[in-house]
Design a protein around this ligand. Structure first.
Ligand SMILES: Cc1cc2nc3c(=O)[nH]c(=O)nc-3n(C[C@H](O)[C@H](O)[C@H](O)COP(=O)(O)OP(=O)(O)OC[C@H]3O[C@@H](n4cnc5c(N)ncnc54)[C@H](O)[C@@H]3O)c2cc1C
Length: 403
């Protein structure tokens, strides 16, 4: 540390290409990824400018709920955001997988978690978009290190900043302006999301129903309210989204297992296409891609936002090193891209294989699924490994195996 205070040494720090204190970061996109990153960096003492074409109202308005895993819980705790969100989190202590073609079930329970995660009494949590964004934006507006610039579009250039972060979502204008291409594998499936009142469902259980047309997830949101994430052929999703509420509930009732009855549709269903995508590179000069600007996967297994927030964690760790003067800022983008690649690749691969294996009536695939469902139900270690990959990220399993 004294190295940075001494004027002479400062010279040598600069000549080494290291960054003296006071990094300036520009973040494009104030969705859940960009906003969380801005807070994390500001808490390190970094100056942040955060831009989004949407106003506060626009940023709050989306009707969606996120399934949070233990990797996200740890990040929110480290940023002092977990306790204020507590009253908005719906805990689930069971994750039930139903293969509707084979009529087989498997349940993940708290015992299947690692000892450290068991102490938190949940397999995961469901959090609505609005309270999350409300808290993030409130904290950002009080944070002196953050300059919030909402309601207008800004250029992708450095503008005197040391680092530009593109957190501008799956269509990322910044990624396009930087000329970064993506690998895209559009699914035949689309996805329909809505909140419904369900009778007969367990309030502490998240359900993943494997159906030939695509998986259907039911995520508990307190009481009888569930967030439904219903995958199927995109045209079917669009048609269902246009149905009147009673016809919609009839169609939903027809695909739910016995004992689960949808009573009320609580919001307007929204249909959107699904695809697996990964940017060819996550860095461009002094710029990096974080969140869905760099990658996107199928919602099966609820990995999406958790994966985006693991980008935030890695980038924050590297910016901390640069801010302390131990990592030249010019090297940061490449190191970030390298550090994130394996996690992004493995999650993309895992979700893709699961969708292909479980969204089919192909006899060969059914023959593969049957022993898998039987083994999952019988072998606790198999459930533990799978749950660890889902809650702490697949790299944690790789580390465990190689330790
Ligand atoms: C229709 C839909 C429904 C979804 N439903 C669910 C769900 O129910 N559960 C779930 O877990 N996940 C859901 N997801 C996925 C989830 O929304 C993403 O994982 C999450 O939003 C990713 O966050 P992000 O901040 O990376 O991107 P985004 O949330 O897309 O945020 C990107 C931000 O960048 C801004 N922006 C755009 N252009 C610019 C620009 N030029 N300059 C600056 N800013 C810009 C946008 O206004 C936006 O605020 C859904 C996704 C979609 C598209």
């Amino acid at each position: 540390m004294p190295l940075l205070v001494d004027p002479l040494t400062r010279l040598s720090v600069a000549s080494l290409g290291l960054q003296p204190k006071g990094i300036q970061v520009k973040i494009l996109g104030a969705g859940p990824t960009g906003s969380l990153l801005a807070l994390a960096l500001a808490q390190l003492g970094v100056n942040v400018r955060l831009y989004d074409p949407l106003t506060i109202q626009g940023l709050l308005e989306r009707s969606r709920a996120y399934a949070l895993t233990h990797s996200s819980r740890r990040l929110l705790q480290s940023l002092d955001l977990w306790a204020p969100l507590n009253s908005h989190l719906t805990t689930f202590t069971r994750l039930q997988l139903d293969d509707q073609e084979l009529n087989r079930h498997t349940c993940f329970e708290i015992d299947d978690l690692s000892i450290q995660n068991q102490a938190h009494g949940a397999i995961g949590w469901i959090l609505d978009h609005r309270p999350l964004m409300k808290l993030l934006l409130e904290r950002l507006s009080k944070q002196p290190k953050v300059c919030l610039d909402l309601g207008e579009i800004k250029e992708q250039g450095l503008d005197g900043h040391d680092l530009v972060v593109a957190a501008d979502g799956p269509a990322s204008p910044t990624r396009k302006a930087w000329g970064i291409k993506t690998w895209n594998y559009p699914y035949q499936q689309g996805c329909l999301t809505a909140k419904v009142l369900l009778r007969g469902a367990d309030h502490l259980t998240a359900y993943e129903l494997f159906r030939a047309e695509g998986p259907l997830a039911l995520l508990p949101m307190g009481g009888d309210v569930f967030q439904m994430v219903w995958s199927g052929p995109l045209r079917c999703c669009q048609e269902r989204a246009g149905l009147n509420p009673s016809s919609f509930l009839d169609q939903l009732a027809a695909v739910l297992p016995e004992g689960l009855q949808p009573d009320v549709l609580l919001d307007r269903p929204a249909a959107f296409p699904l695809q697996l995508s990964l940017a060819h590179q996550l860095q461009h000069g002094r710029g990096v891609l974080v969140g869905e600007s760099g990658h996107r996967c199928h919602p099966i297994g609820g990995q999406g936002l958790n994966l985006c927030w693991r980008d935030v964690k890695t980038l924050t760790r590297l910016v901390k090193l640069s801010n302390e003067g131990t990592l030249p800022i010019a090297k940061l983008p490449r190191l970030y891209a390298r550090a994130r690649f394996i996690d992004l690749f493995l999650v993309g691969l895992m979700t893709d294989l699961t969708v292909r294996l479980f969204s089919s009536r192909n006899v060969l695939l059914l023959m593969l699924r049957l022993p898998l469902m039987i083994l999952l139900a019988r072998l606790p270690w198999m459930r533990q490994v799978l749950l660890k990959a889902m809650t702490d990220g697949p790299i944690s399993v790789v580390r465990l195996v190689s330790a």
